[in-house]
Write a protein that binds this ligand. Structure first.
Ligand code: HEC
Length: 121
């Protein structure tokens, strides 16, 4: 391998490692407890799981992001108007990245396991 090719390969490898992979935390019993508590304090006032309340049903919200967990995290960190014709914008204190990842992991888990006893009402 000549030197230029070697430098190129090295640069490419650095670039690949520099791109941080998006990963949600594993849904441990501890995460479930923390997320459920957070939900009860910060989300339940407006959302119900399966029906409209002061906000769209959470199940539908999560379904919308089922293939796009990164988008869900981004939304929770920066809620911007999504359905201005039907709903007001979500007025909450934006979540930190850790909170948003915790909630996204848990909500997607509950969506896939709707019989979980921790599922919100
Ligand atoms: C003050 C009421 C209120 C609270 C509290 C609240 N939401 Fe919402 N939420 C809304 C409203 C209203 C919308 C619809 C916003 C829109 O369409 O722009 C919404 C929409 C959403 C959506 C769907 C966004 C989309 O792309 O359609 C998600 C996901 C969501 N909320 C998650 C949460 C989570 C998680 C919490 C708790 C951390 C929470 N919400 C707390 C009112 C609330």
């Amino acid at each position: 391998m000549n030197r230029r090719v070697a430098y190129f390969v090295l640069a490419l490898m650095c670039a690949l490692f520099a791109v941080e992979a998006f990963v949600l935390p594993p849904v441990t019993p501890e995460l479930k407890t923390k997320a459920q508590e957070y939900y009860n304090y910060e989300c339940k006032a407006c959302h119900r799981w399966a029906r409209k309340f002061a906000a769209p049903p959470m199940r539908d919200n999560v379904e919308h992001y089922a293939e796009n967990p990164e988008g869900l995290v981004r939304y929770l960190m920066h809620p911007t108007p999504q359905h201005p014709d039907e709903w007001p914008a979500m007025e909450i204190t934006p979540l930190t990245e850790d909170q948003a990842k915790m909630m996204a992991a848990w909500l997607l888990y509950i969506f896939g396991n709707p019989d979980d006893p921790g599922r919100p009402k």
